[in-house]
Design a protein around this ligand. Structure first.
Ligand code: ATP
Length: 476
């Protein structure tokens, strides 16, 4: 009985395969098993209720044709649905449902097991198989219009614009945006989502931080709703995951995200990821995920240059309805360089000071207000500066430091330069490697680990590190 079920189903699959896309076949038919054939009634086992509903809704015609072709006109189909174990039953179990009788069968609604806060049901509910209607969680203040373009973000911004026009249809999938803090990753990610919705309102867009995704996944696992959780995310057209690096070290979440990612990617859905590190610099993440992160376009947003900082200040000024003199704007833009959030924060402090004290915004007031911020913020230490300092300290030439030589003293100096570049700059491991002798990110990582080890075990080496540290920090 089983053998004949299998061979009939295989014949049906052959027919189905010839009539639908390879992707759909792979997603929806490969996981199905034929389990019984009796009196021309073929029973197939599907992995979940969701599968059953999806097949009934989308593929029932083709399944029927295939069955009729192979078993004749009286052929019937029964689904055996794998149910996840729940509080009532310890083990997984199956439920048999005849095809196309949904009206007589009370199919429970499939709920996406998402929670905004513990115990509060998330509004994201999948009502049967209707198109998802969810709150995209997009911040309407973060648009393309108020995202100032500059050299630091040009590539990311223009890729974002193209994606918004054709989500899933460009080679930028996933779009992986990385930068150090406060440089506009989140703003840009929201802007893409909003633009997609503006152009194609019917698209299902969802913004979620990786931190929230992890929480939701834990909740879903606890309440035995793991499958619904996965299915919910697999129905999204444009999935934006902020701070993906938060997945580091979380094996279960990596596993589930891997499946969601694959499903979306295979089905031409758009994925946008943001991170504080480049894909190769994210630690403790499975290689198969890292390679997927690098699949589309990885682009770094760098610190904005003076002109961009000035343009951002001017825009904010207009938005807040205030006027600042050119010299004041110039002072802020020249002195607050680290990140845009700080730039905005400085302007807010100045406005607050002026309003509370009923004073005009003069250069003097601005200097006083920002003095604390400016002395506390790190002056720029560049990789070039670090290399010069290290070479000077060990009396070696820059050429030797950047060469391929394996001489012990040069290797040591090179490793220290890499270590301090990692410590005092925002550059990624790959960027440090390229600038210090065209090495790869793994060499930089190895250098940092070696310095850490020697610092703990070698007194003389520790004194080198301490000396160099002092020299570097005395300049901050
Ligand atoms: N190019 C830009 N034009 C105008 N405003 C910007 C730009 N880039 C960033 N901002 C503003 O700077 C602030 C910080 O940006 P955002 O939160 O997107 O940074 P982030 O890189 O995601 O930071 P984090 O790493 O801390 O999450 C936001 O208020 C944002 O609107």
């Amino acid at each position: 009985m089983l053998n004949s079920a299998i061979s009939i189903w295989e014949a049906c699959l052959q027919y189905i395969k010839d009539n639908i896309s390879e992707k759909s076949y792979f997603t929806w038919f490969q996981p199905i098993k034929a389990v019984k054939l009796q009196d021309k009634i073929l029973t197939i086992q599907v992995p979940s209720k969701f599968y059953y509903e999806y097949l009934e809704e989308n593929y029932i015609k083709i399944i029927k044709s295939a069955l009729t072709k192979n078993l004749g006109k009286d052929a019937k189909l029964v689904y055996s649905i794998m149910m996840e174990k729940n509080q009532q039953s310890e083990n997984s179990f199956t439920v048999n449902i005849p095809s196309s009788q949904k009206a007589q069968i009370k199919v429970q609604e499939v709920e996406a097991p998402l929670f905004i806060e513990r115990g509060v049901k998330n509004p994201f509910i999948i009502p049967g198989l209707q198109k998802l209607k969810i709150d995209s969680q997009l911040n309407t203040n973060y648009t393309f219009d108020n995202f100032i373009e500059g050299d630091s973000n040009r590539l990311a911004r223009s890729a974002g614009k193209q994606i918004a026009k054709r989500p899933g249809g460009t080679s930028f999938n996933p779009l992986f945006i990385y930068s150090s803090v406060g440089l506009g990753k989140t703003h840009l990610a929201h802007a893409i989502g909003l633009e997609v919705k503006r152009i194609q309102a019917e698209k299902t867009v969802l913004y979620v931080s990786m931190e929230k995704f992890c929480q939701q996944f834990q909740e879903a696992t606890k309440s035995n709703n793991r499958n619904d959780f996965i299915h919910f995310y697999q129905m999204i057209d444009v999935l934006i995951v902020d701070d993906i690096h938060f997945i580091s070290g979380k094996k279960g979440t990596q596993e589930v995200f891997f499946h969601i990612f694959n499903h979306l990617h295979q089905n031409g859905k758009q994925i946008i990821l943001t991170s504080d590190k480049s894909p190769v610099d994210i630690q403790d993440v499975e290689q198969r995920l890292i390679s997927r992160f690098k699949w589309g376009l990885s682009t770094e947003i760098q610190s904005p240059d003076y002109t961009t900082r000035l343009a951002i200040l001017q825009q904010k000024m207009e938005f807040d309805g205030i006027a600042l003199s050119e010299e004041v704007l110039d002072y802020i833009a020249k002195n607050i360089k680290t990140n845009i959030r700080e730039l905005e924060g400085s302007l807010n402090s100045i406005i607050a000071q002026a309003t509370f004290n009923k004073k005009e915004i003069t250069l003097e007031l601005v200097e006083k207000t920002l003095s604390n911020l400016i002395t506390n913020s790190k002056k720029d230490i560049t990789i070039e500066y670090i290399q010069n300092l290290v070479c000077d300290y060990f009396k070696v030439s820059i050429d030797a430091l950047q060469s391929k030589t394996r001489k012990r003293d040069i290797v040591q100096a090179r490793q220290l330069a890499m270590y301090f570049a990692k410590k005092y700059t925002n550059a990624s491991l790959s960027s440090i490697g390229i600038q210090i002798g065209k090495r790869d990110h793994a060499t930089v990582l190895h250098a940092c680990k070696t310095v850490d080890n020697l610092f703990e075990t070698d007194k003389l080496f520790k004194s080198y590190v301490d000396d160099l540290n002092k020299k570097l920090t005395s300049d901050i």
